[in-house]
Design a protein around this ligand. Structure first.
Ligand code: NAD
Ligand code: DAU
Length: 351
C-alpha cells in the first residue's frame, strides 16, 4: 500500500539505520527524512540511499511548528516515526534547556501537527514514538528488569525530557484518539554512532592513543543491542504493534562498563594489529557522571512473545563488526569530530 512516512532524526545514528531499512525494504513507501542536522546528524550516514526514488530529505527543525505543518501537507504524510532528539546524557547535564525544547516541545509540535493535518481522521494513520529505557530510572545490582509496567522514574535531564515526551504521546492517544505506539529501547551500538557515546568514543580514542575516561569505578551496567536489531524491531512494531501500546526492546545482554571496555580494548588492539590489551594503559578513571544510573536492563519478552522479535547478533560478534566498521571508516570519524566537537571534548574532559 502507498504510504508517505516521515522519519524524524533520520540523519542520526539509529534514524539512519531505520531510514535505510525502510527505503530498501518498502519501495512502495515514500520515506521523508526530516532532520535539523545538528552536530549529531550527518547526511554522509545515508549516502547509499540518497538517490533512491522513494527517499526525500527535508532539512527542518521539529521545534518549528509552521514548517512541520507545511511538510505534513506537502507530502501528505500518513505515518510518523519519531526519532529526532537530543540524545546524549552528558550534554543534558550541561545544557538541559535544549533537551526540553527538542525532546518535549519538538515532540508536542509533531503530535499537534499530525492531529491538525489529519483533521482528527485517523484511519490508517500512526504516530510511532521512539523512546528509551532511561525513563524507568535505575535498577539495583539484582535480577530485576524493566518491564512495560515499571513506573517512570527519570533521573537525568535527558531521561526526564524523554519521559515527558512519552507522556505527551500517551496523552494525545487518550485525549484525542491519536493512534500511537511507543517503544523503549536499551543502549544501542554499531556503525554511524556519534563518537561521544561510550563505544565509538573509546574505539576512536584507542585508535588515536588518547585516554579512555571511565566514569566512577566503571561498575555501572548497561544492556547493549546492535542497532540493526533495533531498526528491525521498529519495523516490526510499526507494522504489527498494537495501537496505544508500549513495547520494551533490549538485548538480553548486560555488561558492566569496565568489562565491556576491556573487551573493546582487546578487539580494537587486535584489529589495529597491536598486541592485544596493550591499550589498557589508556584507561583513566575520572569523576563520575552526576546522577549516574547504576544499572539498566530490559525485559523484552513482550515484543519477543507477541511479535516474534529477538536480537540476531551475539555481542562479541556485534562488537567485532562495529570495531571493524570504525577502523574502516576513519574518514567518517575524523569528519564528524572536527569543528565544534573539539571544543566540547576539551571542555568535557579538561583534556
Ligand atoms: P542521535 O543523537 O544520533 O541523532 C539524533 C538526530 O536527531 C540527529 O540526526 C539530529 O540532527 C536530529 N535532531 C536533533 N534535534 C532536532 C530537531 N530539533 N529537529 C530535527 N531534527 C533534530 O540519536 P540516536 O542515538 O540515533 O537516538 C535516536 C532516538 O532514539 C532518540 O529519540 C533517542 O532518545 C532514542 N534512543 C536512543 C538510544 C541509543 O542508545 N542511542 C536508545 C534508546 C532510544
Ligand atoms: O539506555 C538507552 C540510552 O543509552 C539512550 O537513551 C541514550 O540516548 C544513549 O546515549 C545511551 O545513554 P548512556 O548514558 O547509557 O550511554 P553512554 O554511551 O553515554 O554511556 C554508557 C555508559 O558508559 C554509562 O554508564 C556512562 C559510561 N561512560 C560514558 C562515556 C561517554 C563512561 O564511563 N565514560 C564515557 O566517556
Amino acid at each position: 500500500m502507498k504510504k508517505n512516512v516521515i522519519i524524524t532524526g533520520g540523519a542520526g545514528f539509529i534514524g539512519s539505520h531505520v531510514v535505510r531499512l525502510f527505503v530498501n525494504s518498502y519501495p512502495e513507501y515514500h520515506i521523508i527524512n526530516l532532520d535539523k542536522l545538528t552536530y549529531a546528524g550527518n547526511l554522509a550516514n545515508l549516502k547509499d540511499v540518497e538517490d533512491k526514488p522513494n527517499y526525500t530529505f527535508v532539512k527542518a527543525d521539529i521545534c518549528d511548528f509552521d514548517k512541520i505543518k507545511e511538510v505534513f501537507k506537502t507530502f501528505k504524510i500518513d505515518n510518523v516515526i519519531h526519532l529526532a532528539a537530543e540524545s546524549h546524557v552528558d550534554r543534558s547535564i550541561t545544557d538541559p534547556f535544549s533537551f526540553a525544547e527538542t525532546n518535549v516541545m519538538g515532540t508536542l509540535n509533531l503530535l499537534q501537527a499530525a492531529r491538525e493535518c489529519w483533521k482528527d481522521n485517523f484511519e490508517n494513520k500512526l504516530f510511532y514514538h521512539v523512546s528509551t529505557d532511561e525513563v524507568y530510572g535505575a535498577l539495583e545490582f539484582d535480577n530485576t528488569l524493566f518491564t512495560e509496567e515499571t513506573r517512570y522514574d527519570p533521573h537525568s535531564p535527558y531521561s526526564a525530557s524523554k519521559a515527558s515526551s512519552d507522556h505527551f504521546v500517551r496523552a494525545y492517544h487518550d485525549t484525542y484518539g491519536l493512534p500511537v505506539v511507543i517503544t523503549n529501547c536499551s543502549n544501542n551500538y554499531g556503525p554511524y554512532q556519534f563518537p561521544e557515546k561510550l563505544i565509538p568514543l573509546f574505539i576512536n580514542n584507542i585508535r588515536r592513543n588518547k585516554p579512555l575516561p571511565v566514569y566512577g569505578e566503571g561498575v555501572n551496567v548497561r544492556d547493549w543491542l546492535y542497532v540493526e536489531d533495533h531498526a528491525r524491531a521498529i519495523c516490526l512494531v510499526f507494522h504489527n504493534g498494537r495501537k496505544g501500546d508500549t513495547y520494551n526492546i533490549g538485548g538480553f545482554n548486560e555488561w558492566k562498563n569496565i568489562d565491556l571496555i576491556r573487551l573493546l580494548v582487546k578487539t580494537t588492539d587486535r584489529l589495529l594489529g597491536r598486541e592485544e590489551g596493550v591499550s589498557e594503559k589508556l584507561i583513566t578513571y575520572v569523576a563520575d557522571r552526576a546522577g549516574h544510573d547504576l544499572r539498566y536492563a530490559i525485559d523484552a519478552s513482550k515484543i519477543k512473545d507477541e511479535l516474534g522479535w529477538q536480537p540476531s547478533l551475539q555481542f562479541e560478534e556485534g562488537i567485532e563488526k562495529t570495531v571493524r566498521w570504525y577502523i574502516d571508516h576513519q574518514d567518517w570519524l575524523d569528519s564528524v569530530t572536527s569543528g565544534e566537537y573539539q571544543n566540547y571534548y576539551r571542555e568535557m574532559y579538561k583534556m
